[in-house]
Design a protein around this ligand. Structure first.
Ligand code: SF4
Length: 164
């Protein structure tokens, strides 16, 4: 419980912090790499739950890189939990180039701009920290290699790896 009497969103946080094997550590020898935030066990998915943790992948990446976790949908201003739109077989390129829109199935709201904003903020962070590779969650309208953020990062010269 927090000081305000509300239950913490991250009840395991103290232990996780003390055992944090994935936090970005300053290292002049290692370059930064983007990883979908939900791979770290953070409950940032649209339904407010975690994705399957990717500890093996993260441990492997940490041998060469400094992990930089990002959640483009949150960066774009979307709350968690949030709406559950998909690209319905479309691509981020179609959103960026052809005016395809994303609508929240729950409300009918056009949420395209949140996704686009998050994708460009993510690219800006990549430039700021010097990230040249990204390991992002497949199947997400943002993070998928062919999703909106995946597409924006690719166009920005970032090598995007789809993690299924
Ligand atoms: Fe995970 Fe990406 Fe969806 Fe955020 S936008 S919850 S990082 S898949």
């Amino acid at each position: 419980m927090s000081a305000t009497g509300q239950q913490s969103l991250f009840p395991e946080q103290p232990q996780a912090l003390s055992q944090n094997r994935h936090a970005a550590q300053a290292s002049p020898e290692k370059e930064p790499v983007f990883v979908s935030l939900c791979f770290l066990g953070v409950p940032c998915r649209w339904h407010g739950r975690c994705a399957k943790r990717r500890d093996a992948l993260l441990d492997k990446l940490k041998e060469k890189y400094v992990i930089v976790p990002v959640c483009p949908e949150q960066l774009g201003g979307m709350p968690t939990p949030r709406t559950s739109e998909t690209l319905r077989g479309g691509t981020g390129a179609q959103v960026l180039d052809e005016g395809v829109r994303l609508f929240a199935p729950e409300t009918g709201e056009d949420v395209t701009e949140f996704h686009i904003r998050g994708s460009y903020i993510t690219l800006e962070i990549a430039k700021q920290v010097g990230a040249r590779r990204a390991y992002l969650k497949g199947g997400s309208p943002s993070c998928d290699k062919n999703g909106i953020t995946g597409e924006v990062l690719k166009r920005g010269g970032i090598h995007v790896v789809r993690v299924g």
